[in-house]
Design a protein around this ligand. Sequence first.
Ligand code: HAM
Length: 418
Amino acid sequence: MKFRAIKGTKDILPSESHHWQWVEATVRRTMHAYGYREIRTPIFEQTALFARSIGELTDIVSKEMYTFLDRSNESITLRPEGTAATLRAYIQHSLETQSSLTKLYYIGPMFRQERPQAGRLRQFHQFGAEAIGSSSPQLDVEMMLLPLHIYRDLGIQQFNLTINSVGCEKCRPTYKERLRSELMRVYDKLSPDSQRRVETNPLRVLDSKDENDRELTASMPLIGDYLCAQCSSHFNAVCELLEMSKVPYTIDYRLVRGLDYYTKTAFEITSTALGSQDALAGGGRYDLLVEELGGKPAPGVGFAAGIERLLLVLSRTNALHIHPPVPDLYIVALDEEARTVAFQKAIELRARGIAVELDYQGRSIKAQMREANKQGARYVLVLGSNELVSGKGMVKEMVSGKEYEVFLEQLELPKGLE
Ligand code: HAM
């Protein structure tokens, strides 16, 4: 029987793992620069946590979660996103007692049973951040600047930032009702998905990708005209801060996003290099969510970004220039005795932090040299009986062809290696 990875999941092979390491290192460096500390939560949680936060009627909760009963008959779900678990941990460990503003980031796998296609997987990876404890619009903007900063550092030049305010518990219900009554007038002509949403979440109908839905709703009232004074001034402040930061953005009053927890700001970063699954990152403010999950009321805001999609953009725009790591030194051994010394030297040099590779298959000198080349070793040391007798050998720099004599006892390698 042949086993294969589950549909919608992917192995990250050695030929690509260095790309992931580079992305992750860039994320960590940037998060540190913005004052975020890492949190690692389990990949599964109680199902109710996600149902409660993301929303029972969202696509994610109603049809995409990997949910199962464990052996104690508890309903468990593989996390479809990182915000709910991060807030659960924040509440459970009373992180608010450690500082009045908690800034957290995460990198890790998420799970959604969607129809797989380019840029859409069932196990995918996100990096994201959450800031809990402040309603400052500066943090909303920080959540947009963070991924954009990371994208620029990685070499993504083209992206679009779209923002909206989805209002709050004071202004949204009025708008929702108004929109619902407008939608009822064209109900019969709406797509089945949108018909379903008229009742459950009318705002999402405006976000429909269906052309006919778009036409039908083209002149319907938009949330922008219904925001209360507080939401409106918050949104204006966000726009001003974006302008001050010289970040181009578009306002789209139809942007809603597929998670129910947002209040005020919602945003998305898209790339034209992605095709239909064009969202690189998304986020927004969730001022009621901490309380909803049982914590002391605290405003919050965050974002998450897909790593597979980011790598797809980099490869489609020929911006993946990172080379795999190479050995510093390859020791070629000519006979059995030399193999033993080579092994010993490798242990010593590795202990000094030098990456050393050697042959373990008794191959010919030619094959070993070929291997050293293939692996891109920076230096090669050839060990044979002459070298063992004299206690000296030649280290060759592969790029320049320059050779250096070294004493085997006290292997001094060219500067820059240690
Ligand atoms: P989201 O928009 O559901 O937001 O996901 C964020 C990003 O994850 C997307 O823009 C996309 O790049 C990536 N992504 C989502 N689903 C898939 C998939 N099936 N395959 C590949 N990539 C995918 C959230 O998850 C929120 N937790 C963001 C947030 C944090 N809001 C506040 N704080």
